[in-house]
Design a protein around this ligand. Structure first.
Ligand SMILES: Cc1ncc(COP(=O)(O)O)c(C=O)c1O
Length: 456
């Protein structure tokens, strides 16, 4: 048999188990990280529009269309094309954009001085996480993540980098606020299974909850993780989307770490090596398609690593240039952020008013673009099989795509993530009406005998 499985006639035999010629890691990535992704893709091709009134409402994608009119108008006026855009740039990001992003982060949410030389720019936070996991963790090591969490993290860590996600369930199911003791238990449990926990990943403001971590919680988790020698990465991609009333103010992990150093609770060297923050343009600025994200780190090794490996996920110089010009306009940034938050608030209130009218429970949110919906009372039983059935009924009958709680690794069945910013308010109202009608019908049917759910 010739090498590479080529037969005499020159054809190639499918090498993998399932008849694929791809590598083991390539074949693992053939199926989406979660089954609901297929429904998202199908629904995208058949979305609601005035000419497709029975089309789907896609509420499972973390995308905001609410303020893109403002960005669109602005960015068109920022499009200069300097002669240097045709050349390779710095693979940690060009100086002008690193300066502009650093200044914007410092001014708008980080609360500490941000040195542009600590910024690494890549094509979205997805790419930032991919490179980070590659650099910081060995294959087979674990990453602690408070659950419920953003489903695509599984893609970034497990599928791309063979890092094992360790979801940590909240002891407090009212606030979902994690504790260091819960993290410690998870580390011990993972070790029993031969998994070495290497890092902690937190998302603040949260996806899928749309809530903020109290400063005291951030401090508790930070001190615990750093003293245990773990990397801590805070994904703050929603840091400029805060619109609601909450007991807690948003505080960046960088600020908490800087205070811990000032109070002599942690050494500056350890913090520089182990504490990192991710930010991106996809959410707060509704610029998913531009593919721009960044890592803030003081780790010399990580910065050096990015200089070499950043090329795999570099942002085009053309995009960098336009974005830098946009972010340098501080008046624009400030008025955009304020207006975007006003629009997020408006949509959130529209959604929650409808949920309340339909007597549906949800976790109150104050940030990001999600609502964590509690549909436990509509389950036929408290199992993930029943959750899938309900999710499918909502998909088929309401033609609404939601993210099931199981995909967010939440331990209790019956919760769903709703993204309310992925459509304008008039469409959101229609989606809410469909959902309310469905719930009413379902409750009426409840009184009649149950019909078993068909799962294919
Ligand atoms: C918490 C979180 N991190 C990262 C990402 C990925 O964003 P990007 O478009 O920058 O890759 C998302 C997108 O939904 C997210 O919600």
């Amino acid at each position: 048999m010739p090498i590479n499985g080529a037969t005499k006639d020159g054809n190639h035999h499918a090498a993998g188990k399932g008849g694929t010629s791809l590598s083991l890691r390539g074949s693992k990535a053939l199926t989406p990280f979660s089954p609901y992704i297929q429904a998202v893709n199908d629904a995208k091709a058949d979305q609601w529009s005035p000419t497709n009134p029975d089309g789907y409402f896609l509420m499972a994608t973390a995308e905001s269309v609410l303020s893109f009119d403002l960005i669109h108008e602005k960015i068109r006026n920022c499009r200069e094309v300097p002669a240097t855009v045709g050349l390779y740039g710095n693979f940690r990001g060009g100086e002008r954009l690193r300066n502009a992003i650093a200044r914007m982060m410092q001014r708008t949410f980080m609360g500490v001085e941000v040195n542009p030389s600590h910024i690494c720019i890549s094509s979205g936070v997805t790419a930032v996480l991919d490179l980070f996991f590659f650099a910081a963790c060995n294959p087979g090591e674990g990453c602690l993540i408070p659950a419920p969490y953003f489903p695509a993290f599984d893609n970034d860590m497990a599928i791309r980098n063979e890092v094992i996600p360790i979801p940590v369930q909240p002891g407090n199911t009212q606030t979902y606020i994690p504790t260091a003791a819960e993290m410690e238990d998870a580390v011990v449990e993972a070790a029993k299974q031969g998994i070495n926990a290497r890092m902690l990943l937190i998302t603040n403001p949260g996806n899928p909850l749309g809530t903020l971590y109290p400063e005291a919680t951030l401090k508790e988790l930070l001190l615990w993780a750093v003293n245990r020698g773990l990397h801590v990465l805070s994904d703050e991609i929603y840091a400029n989307s805060k619109f609601g009333v909450s007991v807690d103010e948003f505080v960046s992990l960088e600020k908490v770490a800087s205070n811990a150093v000032k109070e002599n609770l942690l050494s500056a060297e350890l913090v520089a090596e182990l504490v990192h923050t991710a930010y991106g343009m996809s959410k707060d600025f509704g610029m998913n398609g531009f593919r721009v994200g960044c890592l803030h780190t003081k780790s010399k090794d990580l910065l050096e690593f990015w200089q070499n490996m950043g090329m795999f996920a570099a942002v085009s110089n053309d995009t960098q240039h336009a974005l830098a010009i946009m972010l340098e306009d501080e008046l624009f940034v400030d008025s955009y952020v304020a207006e975007n938050n006003r629009r997020l608030k408006n949509s959130y209130e529209l959604l929650t008013r409808s949920l309340e009218m339909a007597k549906l429970k949800y976790m109150p949110a104050c940030a990001a673009m999600f609502c964590w919906l509690d549909l436990r009372t509509l389950l036929t039983e408290s199992t993930f099989k029943a959750e899938v059935c309900l999710w499918k009924e909502i998909l088929d009958e309401c033609r609404i795509v939601l993210t099931p709680g199981e995909a967010c690794h939440y331990a209790e069945p019956g919760y769903f993530r709703v993204c309310y910013a992925s459509m304008p308010p008039n469409q959101l109202q229609m989606a809410c009406n469909r959902l309310a009608k469905f719930v009413e019908k379902k409750r009426r049917k409840r009184k009649a005998p149950e019909i078993a759910c068909q799962q294919d």
